[in-house]
Design a protein around this ligand. Sequence first.
Ligand code: FAD
Length: 472
Amino acid sequence: MTDKRPALVWFRQDLRLADNPALHAAIDSGAPIFALYVHDDEAAGSWKPGSASRWWLGRSLAALRESLDGALHVRSGDAREIVPALAMELDASGVFWNRCVEPWRMAGDDAIKNTLQSADIEVRTFNGAYLYDANTIRKQDGTPYRVFTPFWRKGCLENGRPPRKPLPAPGRFDLHGADPGQDEEQHLRTPFPRVEGGADEWQPGEAGARQQLEAFLESGLAHYDEGRDRPDMRCVSRLSPHLHFGEISPHQVRAAVLDGRGPKDPGVDRFLSEIGWREFSAYLLLHEPGLPTDNLQKKFDRFPWRDDPEARDAWQRGATGYPIVDAGMRELRRTGYMHNRVRMIVASFLVKNLLQHWHHGAAWFWDNLLDADLANNSASWQWVAGSGADAAPYFRIFNPVTQGRKFDPQGDYVRRYVPEIAQLPDKFVQSPWEAPADELAAAGVELGSDYPEPIVDLKASRERALEAFRSL
Ligand code: FAD
């Protein structure tokens, strides 16, 4: 401890020490660091963390507290009041934070900045969460991109300022007082994980993020190009919750992926373009703050959605009678994660076959995903629904049976999460209602009792969706 004025570092979705530009600059200023986290659920409104996110956040904050030798100060309340009040009470030499893209956070940041500046306290903010600065990426005519490929290829890779090298983890630095354990455990009490053992696969925190990245570099990346669509294989990185909470930065991920490999290596190119989708979603949210609630294509405001709570309930429970949909929804409930291909399948099923508003799906994901992210979740739901900027055409309606057969060819993924039909032969595991009675009996499956009959007919519901779309 020193008697120098402290620099206040406000942690949010950047729960790491390495490659943290705000922390780095604060340490560079020579002041001791006062590390702060604020639970500001009220300002977040509908977008306060869901149950799965809370579970993650609690563990991630505990990990951060440990790396700060206990000196993480956690407060609950309105950050617009807490941050300036603390800075004044501490007589802080400056307040440092990394910027976020959530509209409610950005509005709060502006207010906090104004209050601090009128009190003559220096404010320094940084881009710690994205490779490119969304404010500088524009089309030639000066307007923002609306389509992913030109945004990524031209706006970012070709014309964007090349991403910086990751900053090293800081050496020893002075910290402002350890804080006795606060109420975050109580604050973050949550019903997740819902199934015992469901959370075993995850290690929230900076060290866990690093390990997850190492595992991916070792065994996933080489197969990523051809394997990323296969939920039955382990080819994807599963870095999304770590990236969302900022336990690792995209700069660190990019540098590690490029280390010793060329950008044109198919796995590398493909993987970095998925990171590009993350950049694009944040970019969309920044330029379209209504993204989480408003259809980007206004004609969808007239879309004749149905309101069917029973169908939604079956979807949420993983009891639609379509094995790949049910496996995905059960994976989500059990582990807080779902493979991207399956996210697309279950989302298409909800908004197209069941004709339920994408808001219902986005809200369920928000509460259940460990990686729930306002930009990625909203952009992806709008993409699937067809109402987004660069959306899948509405008539592209996934058939869950053909998707299942293509991307889970032996049914391993389905069998893992829908054990009641595990004994069916591969041929019927994606479509149990097609199995003859003797095959069902041999597999111990009574449809309608052990496993549901399909809740909608695929052909008829597809026609109904196309008709609804034509009515716009
Ligand atoms: P990898 O394939 O290893 O990709 C690496 C990283 O790239 C991911 O961690 C993620 O940060 C980013 N990424 C990959 N695909 C996308 C994408 N389509 N859009 C934006 N970023 C992407 N992702 C979230 O992080 N949070 C969400 O709330 C979320 N909701 C989704 C909702 C729907 C309906 C759909 C279809 C997709 C959603 N995604 C969301 C995107 C994607 O499914 C996940 O990012 C991905 O499955 C995470 O697994 P991974 O880390 O193994 O991905």
